[in-house]
Design a protein around this ligand. Sequence first.
Ligand code: TEU
Ligand code: CA
Length: 537
Amino acid sequence: MTFKQGIFYQIYPRSFKDANGDGIGDIKGIISKLDYLLQLGVNYIWLSPVYASPNVDFGYDISDYFSINPEYGTMADMDKLIAEGKKRGIYFVMDLVMNHTSSEHAWFKSSLDPNSPYRDYYFHRPGKGNKLPNNWTSFFGEKAWSKNADGTYYLHLFAQNQPDLNWDHPMMYEEFKKIILFWLNKGIKGFRCDVVNVMCKTDLENGKNRLFLKGLEKYQSTPKNHMYLKRIHKELIEPNGAFLVGETVMINTQQANDLLGTESEKELDMMFGFEHMDADQFLVKWFKRKFNPDKFNRILTKWQLELPWNANYFENHDQPRSVSRYGSLHYHKESAKMLSTVLLTLKGSPFIFQGQEIGMTNVDYKSLDEYMDIETKNIWALAKKLWIPKFYRWHMIKTVSRDNARSPMQWDAKGGFSTGKPWLRINHNQKIINVEAQTDDGNSILSYYKRLIKIRQQHPVLIDGDFVPLVIKKGVFAYHRVLGNQKILVVVNMSSKYRKFKHSMDGEILLQNYPPLEMKRLRPYEARIIEVQNDQV
Ligand code: TEU
Ligand code: CA
């Protein structure tokens, strides 16, 4: 099984399954659900960070890359998880954060001393007069510099407690080499590399004046960043038969291709682009507008045609739930199935985020203190400073907060996630939307995912075949996958209206999300996968 054939499933460990009743998901909990994932058809698990962390950004602030957060278990539990996965043919992709550490990491603590050998592992700089060292702003809507006790400042592109590492330091590669090899030796198959195209800075001068992310042009996909990715791939990843999935921010298809490297000098094996996430927003994700399916499908098509391979996703731990965002709660089942149809039939590796396979929705939180995410809280405060009225701030948080994705997995109608009080409230709709209710229901979203995954595995054309676009119009998205004399037609309606489809839909229906009536019109959120006969190719 290569990463091209594999079905990927992302686990956000804090919210997946709690085995000891403290309300926090853990590694033993994951072990107890491996058979569930096996039945679903999963081959690779991307595990969001389980390393030691003070949890300011829930694991993306790492204080020790060689140990497990005790809330999640022990290294022995982790070894067992990897071994139990292997027994079932399920392999792990670890999250790897190379841009920053936690401010609680031993390197950072030591670096506060100007004479420490770790001083230059980070960017400590004096201010300019009574101003910050430069005008950069962070991804979380703050200034990118915070003050040290001695009056100097340190750089952080994310939260204050996530100081950026200095990749100009010759030891940085050596340190991460140790980390990467440590985990590869445990039998994991690859890494999902967090914000991997911002880790090398050209200089620390002021950035151009922009509304968001001032400084971006000083650190996005820099030559040195490319150089290090090539080195990591050649020296550490290839010799171990592993692969890299990059989380690459603010890039177009050209930059994405550059980040794949060349045949002889590879960088990332595939990456998560963000452009399709723009189809329902103005400039930044906090300003939502009506979802424009044609825009979404045009962007997907562009990435399909311009990149040899994509890491396809509609959801992760940073994004709202796709059925709330691109589908419809009124047509919950139909639209969740329709979205999965596209996700699993595009060319590339499909990534399913926990709960997506049962159509989990955005959460019904009632007040700000139900949210736990630092970004959500920062943006609330920033919006308040900008005099954005409360009703609109609330609208922003409700529709965009990362906690929409992070609420605990809905295993059954009651306490399936934990016997204790969950660290983040579970959506009330778990009474209706849950794994238990969908397991034996042949018509459920979960059953549809299982069938879809089987169809993908049984049809090489869905893995290696070319992507050939056919229609992008009024929410209708149709394309062929073609390999030799095999041809599959995928037709979906991403709208709540009936739509005409004037092309032929002749052939054998492999899967559809409605009863097989009314062949001419597409019903709201209808999806069909049709195997086109040889003679029609
Ligand atoms: O995310 C980076 C990123 O650019 C965004 O998705 C970010 O989470 C935010 O929504 C920007 O507005 C990665 C991780 O996936 C995220 O969970 C971390 O918080 C972040 O890096 C920092 O490590
Ligand atoms: Ca627990």
